[in-house]
Design a protein around this ligand. Sequence first.
Ligand code: SAH
Ligand code: SF4
Length: 357
Amino acid sequence: MERKPFIYDLDFPALALQLEQWGEPPYRAAQIWHGLYRNLWNRPEEFTNLPHSLRQRLAEAFSFSHLTPIQELSSKDRQTVKTLFSLPDDKGIEAVLMRYERRRTLCISTQVGCAMGCVFCATGQMGFLRNLSSGEIVEQVLYYARQLARVGEKVTNVVVMGMGEPFHNYDQTLAAIERLNHPEGFHLGARRFTISTVGVVPAIRRFTQEKRQINLAISLHAADDETRSALLPINRKYPLSVLLEACRDYVAQTKRRISFEWALIRDKNDTPEQAYRLAHLLQPFRKPEATLCHVNVIPLNPTPGFSGKATTMERARQFCAILEQNGIPCTIRLRRGIDIQAGCGQLAYPAPETMRR
Ligand code: SAH
Ligand code: SF4
């Protein structure tokens, strides 16, 4: 079946060109852009600022939604919401809203599944199905923006840490962020976005050249190649020395801080030995002006396909203390939404809880 183009796949110039081809005056593009990204309208009939004929034309020419929410789960403390969306091809993705005191942070997906095969990740365990389009990435954010707008709130941060490897779908991911960053539209500042990558080195290098304000996080998880390759197969292609060199170049060229993510697995990567090795690896990020790295540790979240256990809080504190003593800032991240499988690495489709039924 042929599908209509998806309106959120268009950037502003593409929308303007379409309207020009229809013989519309130039200001129509801005009107529609405002409707989509400021007023958060997602049905042609909501565009009451447009002539009826143009609304009809838009409805005939474009699809206004690819994501259908089919399940919404709220954590017991009600601070975390996870939504399962189906896509037009009957595949699906999950996205998460996390309420903090002041922030409203979204965790969004960039692929259906993931090809990277990290052993402790539910998304990796399902394999790779397909890339999301930029519009499908954008729509996740607009969906929650509408929910929040109903209670007078706004999306404050977006972390690209849901399903998929964003640097394995580089162009669509960056296009989505650009669209959400557009000053005439949604206008969420580039610094409010964080992209997390497993370490696709050529993409890190490309990202470095773009000199954007978007934050970068690297999923490190181990301080020696043997341990890292056993957890993250991509390490065989881009071992630690190659990855960290790309990270050092990023920091040198952008002067921006880089975050390193570390899921603490009991007796695997939560040992003092790993902490000392990591502290050693990260010494080059200590500059006279500032330390341009930060380590985020999180006790491993359980997933159906991995038998490793989470570390203890005591071990996590000890791990961070060793880093701090060696001049490397470290934060223990609170686990969020574990009761609804909304934590890091727990997103999948069908959701693992459904598969087990
Ligand atoms: N593909 C990207 C972003 C999505 S994964 C990446 O790997 O960075 C988001 C984060 O969750 C990554 O840091 C990933 O390593 C981590 N993660 C995966 N499975 C996890 C688990 N079971 N427990 C804790 N963190 C996990
Ligand atoms: Fe993919 Fe990230 Fe999961 Fe690894 S941790 S399988 S890269 S989503």
